[in-house]
Design a binder for this molecule. Sequence first.
Ligand SMILES: *Cc1c(COP(=O)(O)O)cnc(C)c1O
Length: 361
Amino acid sequence: MARKINFFAGPSVLPVEVLEELGKEMVDFKGSGLSLVETSHRSATYDEVHMGALNLFRELLQVPDNYKILFLQGGATLQFSMIPLNLMGQGGTCDFVNSGAWAKKALADAKKIGNVNVVWDGKDSSYMTLPEAASVKPSAGSSYLHLTSNETIGGVQWKEFPKTGDVPLVADMSSDILCRPLNVNDFGLIYAGAQKNIGPSGLTVVIVRDDLIERHADELTAYMAYKTHAEKDSLYNTPGVFPIWAMELVLKRMKSLGGLDAFEKMNQEKADLLYNVISQYSDFYNCPVDEKYRSVMNVVFTTPGEETDKAFVAQAAEKGMLGLKGHRSVGGCRASIYNSMTKEGVETLASFMEDFAKANS
Ligand SMILES: *Cc1c(COP(=O)(O)O)cnc(C)c1O
């Protein structure tokens, strides 16, 4: 079997060992005579997987006991509604850092529910930089301050986070959750769709501090209230059995490879390989992102023109490297090199980038 090298932004690369394990166990899960995906979510068989995934997630990210971890559906996109509904309430006020495409979507939904102060806007830099963490201050009376830890389309990533005091810091970590260790205590709520860094689509992980769960719970319908899910270990309704199972296998593997410290190191090494080629061939490649905030997950770059961008993507595909076209809203090229992308995969791309630059300069 000739596996391609997968640089898609999401859904995205999963470890081949995990895919093989899912395949091996798909029809007869651990000798139970049923597939896990046709087993009751109230069964002991599923419970072990579900609780196993919750516990592993807590262990890897060192989530303190006064935070709940929730497994929800509806993508990160549903959180754009659930967060303002639960933390701000109708007509309240919240703060946003507008760092690009994903922050804008989250902000637009929050505006339908209450008032949004934009405390920093990257417009003047075309969203190619971020504010100094220490300069970001919440406004008086704000319910929370929202930021996007990694802009998947723009390729900008926070390296340090603001300290927001009594105003809870909320972060969309969809494209860099578990890419590095994190001090969860600095946040009120963290959320991430699984399909970038930790699993298949159909699962959103929400980490929320206990005191925030209660804020507006009683005003909301059952699914929309965090409280509903928190009280039932995310088994109030049928969870995404398949993505939770797959994520559990991804997390087990991450633990066996040394946890988040090891992944932080690997992720930086992989990103450096590509950024080094870009700077070495700076007459040919350009990365528009401020060096201080270049993402280790999504490396965006252009070649000298749209025609060469197209040729780059097409020739890479012929060599088995898929998903390198930039997002339709920005063009150019993008290599998404999430946790499960191998170093060999990135080395193959880096050496192709060198060859392509030499051949087309
Ligand atoms: C992909 C992505 C989303 C949207 O996720 P869905 O699961 O498709 O709703 C939101 N925020 C960021 C940063 C993303 O990368």
